[in-house]
Design a protein around this ligand. Structure first.
Ligand SMILES: *Cc1c(COP(=O)(O)O)cnc(C)c1O
Length: 369
């Protein structure tokens, strides 16, 4: 008789299903016997322009250090981040992607009997991080696809230790303004850690989206997490960071793996941070591409959720799976979001002008236009 090692897993883990990423280009190329170069992938919100050339140079310059452990304290990158954002080095925590930050928070602050509050249609990693440590995930119904911050506030109870909020949110692209954030932060009990996930904040233009960092002085229970995976184009290297009070950073560093960010990632992130011109170019590419897709959707009579990130969720008003299949056959990979409770939508990352055009063409075909 053999044991059932699923049944032996802790109850929160048994209820999870593995994270499903966007389909890799090589996988589709193998399945359809296509040249990978002809495939367009708009599925994982990566920067279609790739990383800054300066980041690539920095990686090459550090290749001969691969035999050594990286700087476990990430001194140079932390100093650069601290300087850029006007915070102390002791307020910065580095993560192996910002996913790592979310897990550090869960490991440090959640446990069986405690809970984390987050929104319906929010990032898939929130329930994973929460349930993995045996805590309860309290999912609050969304309002017009976005966070219902008042309802989330009402969901906070005596056992709540963490609230995850994303601005803009993935996969919906929805956002909230300064006033809403301030009202929320003022209402949350001081002992609840608010994780403000700003993975896409670099795409926000103008004052429409609040900069979470400016709320930290008044709200010491706020942690802002950001990443080099999206606008900075370094998704494969896995580097993200949190800015919080020094106290919270100290706690996170107690559960952090000693060498969680590798040396190539550290070097590339420093160079990327210094190349703000490249970031502006990436932002411009995104806003132009967003308009291109919206115009295309409009011409096809489709609805979408207005987005302030580098992706857009388009609604077909019926099961989107067959449309996704048709796009795949045409060598176009986008992201089905049925697992996010959005079966009639597909999430499309903004690509280059040519990639967006390829996608729109394939979509027209898929819809029989
Ligand atoms: C992509 C994304 C992240 C960042 O993931 P990394 O681990 O930094 O690559 C975090 N939060 C949200 C909402 C995201 O969409």
């Amino acid at each position: 008789m053999s044991c059932d090692f699923l049944a032996l897993a802790q109850p929160g883990v048994q209820k999870l299903s593995p994270y499903v990423p966007g389909k890799p280009v090589d996988e589709l190329a193998r399945e359809l016997d296509l040249d990978p170069a002809t495939i367009v992938k708009l599925a994982s919100n990566e920067n279609p322009l790739g990383p800054s050339p300066k980041a690539l140079e920095a990686i090459k310059a550090h290749l001969d250090e691969l035999t050594r452990y990286p700087d476990g304290n990430g001194f140079v990158l932390k100093s650069k981040l601290a300087e850029r954002y006007g915070v102390g080095v002791e307020q910065v925590t580095l993560g192996n992607g910002s996913n790592d930050i979310l897990e550090l928070v869960a490991r440090a602050y959640l446990a069986p009997g405690l809970n984390a509050v987050f929104s319906e249609h929010a990032f898939a990693v929130y329930p994973i991080a929460t349930q993995a440590v045996g805590a309860q995930a309290k999912q609050v119904p969304a309002r017009q696809w976005g966070h219902d911050l008042d309802a989330m506030l009402a969901a906070v109870d005596g056992n709540t230790r963490v609230v995850f909020i994303a601005n803009p949110n993935n996969p919906t692209g929805t956002w909230f303004d300064s006033e809403a954030l301030e009202r929320f932060l003022s209402g949350v009990p001081e002992r609840v850690l608010v994780v403000l996930d700003e993975a896409y904040i670099e795409y926000a233009e103008g004052a429409e989206l609040p900069n979470g960092l400016s709320f930290m002085a008044a709200h010491p229970n706020l942690l802002v997490s950001r990443t080099f995976s999206k606008a900075y184009g370094l998704a494969a290297l896995r580097v993200g960071y949190a800015i919080s009070s020094a106290r919270i950073a100290d706690v996170l560093n107690r559960v952090r793996q000693p060498f969680n960010v590798n040396s190539l990632a550290l070097a590339a992130a420093c160079a990327a941070l210094d190349d703000q011109a490249y970031l502006s170019e990436s932002r411009l590419c995104n806003s132009t591409g967003m308009r291109q897709l919206e115009t295309g959707f409009k011409a096809m009579g489709l609805d979408w959720i207005s987005s302030r990130a580098n992706f857009i969720a388009v609604d077909f008003g019926r099961d989107a799976a067959p449309i996704n299949q048709s796009l795949l056959r045409d060598g176009v990979i986008v992201r089905p979001v049925a697992s996010y409770g959005m079966p009639t939508f597909l999430r499309v990352s903004i690509g280059t002008e040519a990639e967006n055009a390829r996608f729109l063409e394939a979509l027209r075909k898929a819809l029989g236009h």
